[in-house]
Design a protein around this ligand. Structure first.
Ligand SMILES: [Zn+2]
Length: 358
């Protein structure tokens, strides 16, 4: 069933319930429960992990060369590949932010400032009443990256933002406040300290080295978060592929290592029956890179080529078609409305990725 058909169907059921009530028809609570269960049962997805494979990553080095990305290839068999996803192409920050806002033209956006349009984090937290520990973002670091967690929109903003962890697992102030307010996950004893939480979250990150170390830490943190907290929405922002400006070989190495780390994240999700049955993964770069090497034998991003403007978006999860490749043009900005829809939120509307659902 297509997503639009699903939401129409849901609305119709709600409407029927209202009409039946108004007409004085007797609907017992078991009828109503049956209705509610039947609609909820149609969508298995309860959690989304959204990886912004940012830093500028061409399809040529990913799905165009399967040897580089054996894990993404493996994951794509469990989902849908959009091979012609048009990027917003506004520079790294604006383009990556568009993954989270669903808006290509970020009005008044400056590098190093928060956006004016609410992010998917704010949209789902406000509409669905999600707590801060349900919505997370881990980043590879960098001053701009804290700005992805929320906008400055007066109706949204920090109180609906994602809880942020940088690559070294340093909690922001909001997270410390959150721990105090909500306590630790239920199964942990009260005597456990915040320090233990940090140790668990950062487990395995300290020894990470190599070309993609910051990206690998962000992905490992996400993996630990997803398995410890089972959040509704977990986002990861990568960045190290951008070494391609001056080092093509290093860039390919980052792609290969990030593929391995995303594979570990996916494997951890599949190893937990509850997560496997309820978690969707979306992986999308913010834009690609130029068609031709620059004078340093690196790859910039600014030539307006299809290699730059179109990226491949991977979606895998329990509700999706399997092994489908969609070659029709979609937008990177379609990801945010799709994530809202997956979590049962209307968000701000907008086009969702087509042909996704089985
Ligand atoms: Zn760059």
């Amino acid at each position: 069933m297509k997503p639009d058909a699903h939401s129409v169907y849901t609305r119709r059921l709600v409407l029927q319930g209202a009409v039946a009530g108004a007409a004085g028809l007797c609907l017992t609570s078991s009828h109503l429960n049956g209705l509610a269960l039947s609609t909820v049962a149609e969508r298995k997805t309860k959690r989304v992990v959204l990886v912004a494979f940012a830093g500028g990553v061409r399809t040529k080095e990913t799905f165009g060369k399967p040897d580089n990305v054996p894990n993404l290839m493996r994951i794509s068999e469990r989902g849908v590949l959009y091979t012609r996803a048009r990027s917003a192409n506004l520079g790294h920050y604006g383009a990556a932010l568009s993954i989270f806002t669903g808006i290509a033209e970020q009005r008044g956006i400056r590098e190093n400032s928060r956006g004016n349009d609410p992010t998917v984090f704010e949209l789902v937290r406000k509409e669905l009443g999600l707590a801060g520990n349900d919505v997370w973002i881990t980043t590879a670091g960098g001053a701009q990256q804290v700005n992805y967690s929320h906008s400055v929109h007066p109706d949204y903003g920090a109180r609906f933002g994602a809880t942020t962890l940088d690559g070294d697992g340093v909690f922001n102030r909001e997270f410390r406040a959150l721990l105090e307010r909500y306590g630790r996950p239920r199964e942990w004893s009260q005597s456990e300290k915040d320090a233990l939480t940090q140790v668990r979250l950062t487990r395995g990150t300290a020894e990470m080295t190599g070309a993609n170390a910051a990206d690998a830490k962000a992905l490992r943190l996400a993996r630990n978060l997803v398995t410890l907290f089972k959040p509704k929405l977990t986002a990861v922002v990568l960045q190290e592929a951008d070494m391609a400006h001056g080092n093509y070989g290093g860039y390919v190495e980052v792609v290969r290592r990030n593929d391995a780390a995303i594979g570990e994240l996916w494997t951890a999700i599949q190893a937990d029956p509850e997560l496997a049955a309820t978690t969707a993964l979306v992986v999308v770069p913010e834009f690609g890179r130029d068609r031709d090497l620059n004078s340093r034998r690196g790859l910039d991003h600014g030539d307006g080529s299809d290699d730059l403007n179109y990226v491949t978006c991977l979606c895998a999860g329990p509700d999706f078609q399997r092994g489908l490749v969609v070659k029709d043009e979609v937008g990177v900005v379609d990801v945010a409305p799709t994530v809202c829809d997956l979590l049962g939120a209307k968000g701000r509307g907008g086009r969702k990725l087509p042909q996704l659902y089985s």
